[in-house]
Ligand binder design. Structure first.
Ligand SMILES: [Zn+2]
Length: 386
């Protein structure tokens, strides 16, 4: 036991420098998704109480007082912009929670396919875009599917939409149905497609994708790549959206794993996380590969421009807003999975590993050898195996 304590203390000292790097980089990362475009978006959506043009405060780091018990987790205080609760992998966007668009880091799906020499799936045309951080796990999932079934018919039929385009779709649906409200197309400002985190499959441009036959593999395994089937058949009463076997939403690992294994839709999961607020028990679990994670909620300080988010010293973590009332911190005790690492658009490759929160690879990157079907030569892989 004493040896363990000593070792942990040593480890903490050794990682102190890395922790500072992580915090600084995370602060930069947090600053990267400010809602610059929120103030000038279309008038059809209501203004965020946080949307204004005033100067945003700098995100800064304060170090928490040193804890004398080496067995106790050390946390540092990270100051983030309160507005960033509207940004991140875990934002809940539905009929009750508007998305405040702006500043999406988008890539053209077909351009990325060309650049990475991927020809086993397509999108309708070059204008179809998705968030840069979503392209890699999406392409990887489809590649693994292709390598299993030699089926190259998948087409991305729906991806990022501007609010203006969502308005057109909505108006068209009202015109087609004669209804006053649509139950098939989300209100402008309230569609996941406006976030860039969601996409729809079609088997070909003309055929609907129903997730059966060969495609059942995708619907059953998408969680290994950080995706959820956003509108499951048994959650219609909660999502208020009919079953859509073709609509996938990126939430990242390990959340897709936890939601799938526990039968939760995004509404239920975001609600559940309120029970795991910082200071009380955190949600701790392991995936099928025994990688361990810790997830907790931090309420936003809505009366202030900044919110203090406690983050674990010396560990890899990510922070996402929930688009409602706070932030979700995800701690990767065994390191951030390769498939989640993303180099922002200034870089030429999508396979970089300098994720903002993970400068400390420390030789502990996930082992690819135990992954789901993996025929890729670049060493990336879905990190969780069923
Ligand atoms: Zn969709």
């Amino acid at each position: 036991m004493a040896r363990k304590k000593l070792s942990k203390e040593k480890s903490l000292q050794r990682t102190k420098f890395y922790a500072q790097c992580i915090v600084c980089l995370a602060a930069l990362g947090a600053g990267a998704f400010l809602i610059k475009g929120a103030a000038d978006r279309s008038t059809i959506v209501s203004q965020s109480p946080y949307a204004d043009d005033s100067e945003l405060p700098d995100t800064t780091m304060e170090t928490a007082p040193a804890d004398t018990d080496p067995n106790k987790e050390l946390y540092e205080s990270l100051m983030v912009n309160t507005k960033d609760k509207y940004r991140g992998d875990l934002i809940l966007v539905n009929n009750d929670h508007q998305y405040f668009s702006g500043d999406e880091d988008l890539v053209s799906i077909l351009e990325m396919n060309d650049e990475t020499d991927r020809h086993f799936f397509t999108s309708v045309d070059y204008t179809y875009q998705i968030l840069g951080c979503v392209y890699k796990p999406m392409a990887r999932m489809i590649e693994d599917f292709y390598n299993l079934y030699y089926n190259d018919t998948l087409t991305i039929y729906g991806s990022y939409r501007t609010t203006e385009f969502q308005q057109q779709l909505y108006d068209q649906d009202l015109a087609d149905t004669g209804n006053e409200e649509s139950d098939r197309v989300a209100k402008p400002g309230f569609s996941e497609h406006e976030t860039g985190y969601a996409f729809d499959f079609s088997e070909t441009v003309n055929n609907n994708y129903d997730g059966t036959g060969d495609f059942a593999w995708i619907n059953e395994n998408c969680y290994k790549y950080g995706f959820i089937l956003r509108y499951p058949e048994d959650k219609v009463e909660i999502t208020k959206i009919k079953y859509e076997p073709w609509h996938f939403r990126y939430v990242g690992l390990p959340h897709a794993y936890y939601m799938t294994k526990n039968g939760l839709c995004l509404e239920e999961y975001i609600d559940l996380l309120h029970n795991y607020e910082y200071g009380s028990d955190h949600l701790e679990f392991k995936d099928d590969n025994s990688k361990s994670y810790e997830v907790y909620f931090v309420a936003s300080d809505d009366g202030s421009d900044t919110t203090t988010v406690p983050v674990p010293a010396g560990k890899q973590y990510t922070i996402s807003g929930n688009n409602i009332d706070g932030f979700i911190v995800t701690v990767f005790n065994d390191g951030i999975p390769e498939i989640m690492k993303y180099t922002p658009s200034t870089a030429s490759s999508d396979d970089g590993d300098n994720s903002a929160d993970s400068p400390d690879d420390n030789g502990s990157s996930p082992d690819d050898s135990d992954s789901a079907p993996d025929n890729d030569s670049d060493g990336d892989s879905a990190d969780i195996q069923q």
